[in-house]
Design a protein around this ligand. Structure first.
Ligand code: GDP
Ligand code: MG
Length: 738
């Protein structure tokens, strides 16, 4: 063990490193006022509190990527010599740019003390920096100094000794988010690097991955020499994401990574760390926009207006292509109906396949419009501002500003997915805030619930569609936040942590990028609809068809029909069934009578089926909330995936209504059903929004939380809560409407 404390002085060129070095060691090294004077490494010694301090003056750098010799020298010194403390000299009058390097020290994980230098210059420019707040948010000690006069040296040395003596201290790399695409790649790369032990003696695995993405020559070279096969695999992955970023945002990974670092710094500076009494006209375009967009009062108003506009546009214009799709599937059903012979195959194709998949695909336009809108918000950088503004609210509910992203991903603006949402909670550092976020994101209106909500709203509240969808979103937020507050004050009690998130600069989204984002997400939805949903749709069709009615009951219905027909002339029934011909009142009368019998038969068959029996068994409980057995079947199916609710309702009702000529949509069928009314619909809506997450999400919750306990908890807790809410709505609603 070393008996002295090793300190490295590091910082941007001209931040005052050499001045500080001379102050500390009393050495007379040449002090220059231009970048690049300190090229070689100079070491000196000083004493403080009975400790011997070995001080090294590193060359000045702006970054830690191998762009220049200075950067390589500085970086190699840090990883090879592993100093006990890195004193990062930061020019207070140029804080944002200087913290860019600080940020990279923290990504590497070295123990950093920030020496906030030139506070005299900063003051003369009207800049005020809250060192305590900066320290809290950066999670590193901050000591304001004036290197030239020696002011603040005592405190700086005290801090150095304090941090330096803690030898047990591990390097803890800061994990920043670099945007969805890069985070995903890093997440894939990190275990590959760790398991392959690629340069792990020298660098943290995620950091090596990051450098490969940044195309860092030195690291690439070392990786190639250490394990060329693994390095090749990593480079291939990096090239893939580079191409992807090129087409979507027209930028290289280095630029995206830099943007996110600056965003991270900006978000810290904006939280009361930095203030300037008189303006030296140095506001960047992004800051100027932010002055208005994240204004205390204007900000939330703009945000509400933007989100509401998103809904209005989505629901107004998506109905046009939705109509085309609906007609397409109606025509398809019609064609199958006329070409195939009666029997189980025809029934399966119409009721299982076409209705099932058609019902889900019919909502693709809404989802595309919604994702397109969200892509605009995301790519322009506005979404991050939404998160920034929401932080104050989130804090109140025991969550963190970073919880916003998982909520938004899960469907906070409606139309996400809880599966990536649950995974997105990885960016949260506090375990309790993370758990609270993880358990409440499934309350959001994910892309799969969206069509179900749209269907019910369209059927019963069609005159105010956009407004109801907006209300549904507000409701999901309220319930999720209240549930979070509840969890944070009961099972997940604990202290909040400060807000840290990236505010990327505003950018004009490229049309190509928007299209790619929209398409990727829509395709994910379709893939799910095409595979899982089709399978489940057929399974449910089988459950609803088998076992068929026993022979004696079939005979009974056949006899009944024969009895009716006997009262009319021969062949009259066939003529009555013809379309387009002149039909007499008597013919219609006969048809109606026959239809009634067939309806009863179909309903009897469904009741007799496996699904029907389950639905009926549940009805004894569900009737308190006004759910009939058909709804029950659909809700049970929704456990598998929420999209299934629509296809199941579709299948259930198309089997129930027998007239093949009747081409009304599911909406009309529900509206016409005696078990449904607006109050029931409201109860079902609430239940669907809040009951157990789909099983894929449940599996993710179990995996992310590391225990099945929380997975069961979310299923039980959510379902009971949703059911009680549905009962409340149904009972109160029925009471009011008489
Ligand atoms: P280096 O490139 O990081 O080694 O920076 P230097 O130590 O060479 O300092 C650059 C310039 O900043 C020199 O002219 C110093 O005199 C000046 N300087 C350093 N610290 C301070 C300070 O705290 N206040 C003021 N006003 N000037 C400083
Ligand atoms: Mg120097």
């Amino acid at each position: 063990m070393r008996d002295s404390i090793h300190i490295a002085l590091a910082g941007n060129p001209n931040a005052g490193k050499t001045t500080l070095f001379n102050q500390l060691t009393g050495a007379r090294q040449h002090v220059g006022n231009y970048p690049g004077v300190t090229v070689e490494i100079k070491t000196g010694i000083c004493h403080h509190q009975q400790s011997k301090l070995v001080v090294t003056d590193l060359p000045g750098t702006y970054s830690l990527t191998a762009y220049s010799v200075e950067e390589i020298v500085a970086r190699d010194f840090l990883v090879n010599e592993k100093p006990d403390v890195v004193v990062n000299i930061v020019d207070a009058s140029n804080l944002e740019r200087n913290l860019y390097l600080t940020c990279q020290f923290m990504e590497l994980g070295v123990p950093v003390i920030i020496a906030l230098n030139m506070i005299d210059v900063a003051k003369s420019r009207g800049i005020n920096i809250d060192a305590e707040k900066l320290s809290e948010l950066m999670r590193a000690p901050v000591v304001p100094i004036i290197a030239r006069s020696g002011k603040g040296m005592e405190l700086l040395l005290d801090t150095v000794v304090q941090v330096g003596r803690d030898r047990e201290k591990q390097w803890v790399p800061l994990h920043l988010s670099y945007g969805e695409d890069l985070d995903q790649v890093l997440e894939d790369m990190t275990p590959m690097i760790r398991d392959g032990r690629l340069l792990t003696d020298t660098y943290p695995p995620r950091w090596t991955g990051l450098k490969i993405l940044e195309n860092d020559d030195q690291i690439l070279d070392r990786a190639m020499r250490a394990d060329s096969e693994l390095a090749d695999a990593l480079v291939t992955r990096s090239e893939e994401v580079t191409r992807h970023l090129q087409t979507t945002v027209d930028a290289y990974p280095e630029a995206v990574i830099a943007d996110h670092r600056y965003g991270y710094i900006k978000s810290i500076l904006r939280q009361g760390v930095f203030s300037q009494i008189f303006d030296v006209d140095r506001l960047y375009a992004s800051d100027r926009i932010d002055k208005i967009v994240t204004h205390r009062f204007l900000g939330p108003l703009i945000m509400a207006a933007v989100l509401y506009a998103l809904y209005s546009v989505t629901f107004t214009y998506s109905t046009i292509p939705a109509g085309w799709l609906e007609s397409f599937f109606a025509v398809l059903s019609e064609m199958v109906d006329q070409t195939l012979p009666e029997g189980p195959v025809k029934s399966m194709i119409i009721s299982g396949v076409i209705d099932g998949v058609g019902g889900v695909l019919g909502f693709v336009p809404i989802i595309m419009f919604m994702f397109f809108g969200i892509a605009i918000l995301e790519d322009s950088g506005y979404l991050a501002r939404v998160a920034f503004m929401m932080d104050r609210v989130f804090r109140f509910f025991g969550l963190h500003g970073s919880s916003v992203m998982p909520f938004i991903v899960s469907g906070g603006i409606a139309g996400g997915c809880a599966v990536p949402g649950v995974m997105a909670t990885r960016t949260l550092r506090s375990p309790k805030e993370r758990m609270a976020t993880l358990l409440t994101v499934p309350f959001m209106n994910c892309g799969a619930k969206l069509p179900v909500l749209a269907l019910l709203i369209g059927a019963f509240f069609s005159s105010h569609q956009a407004r109801y969808m907006f209300l549904a979103t507000l409701l999901s937020w309220s319930v999720a936040l209240m549930a979070a507050k509840f969890l944070r004050s009961t099972v997940l009690r604990g202290e909040p942590t400060p807000f840290v998130m990236e505010l990327p600069p505003y950018r004009f989204p490229t049309f190509k990028g928007l299209l790619i984002h929209t398409w990727e997400r829509t395709w994910q939805y379709i893939k799910k609809a095409g595979t899982v949903i089709l399978g489940i749709s057929i399974l449910l069709w089988a459950m609803m068809t088998y076992p068929g009615l026993p022979d004696d009951r079939l005979h009974e219905f056949a006899r009944h029909k024969a009895e009716i027909m006997a009262a009319y002339p021969q062949n009259f029934a066939e003529e009555a069934a013809l379309v387009g011909e002149e039909r007499t009142t008597e013919m219609e009368e006969l048809q109606d009578k026959l239809l009634l019998v067939e309806n009863r038969q179909a309903e009897a068959a469904l009741r007799h089926s496996i699904a029907g029996r389950m639905g009926i068994a549940l009805e004894s409980v569900s009737r308190y909330a006004g759910f009939d057995w058909r709804t029950n079947i659909a809700l049970v199916g929704g456990f598998a995936a929420k999209e299934v609710i629509i296809s199941t309702l579709g299948t259930a009702y198309s089997l129930g209504s027998v007239d093949p000529e009747e081409s009304t949509s599911l909406k009309d069928r529900l509206r016409a059903d005696k078990n449904w009314n607006p109050v029931v619909a409201l109860g079902v809506l609430a239940f669907i929004m809040f009951y157990a997450p789909c099983f894929v999400t449940v599996v993710c919750i179990a995996r992310e939380s590391g225990s099945w306990k929380w997975a069961w908890f979310s299923m039980g807790f959510n379902t009971i809560f949703a059911f009680l809410l549905a009962i409340l709505i149904y009972q109160v609603g029925t009471f009011i409407t008489g």
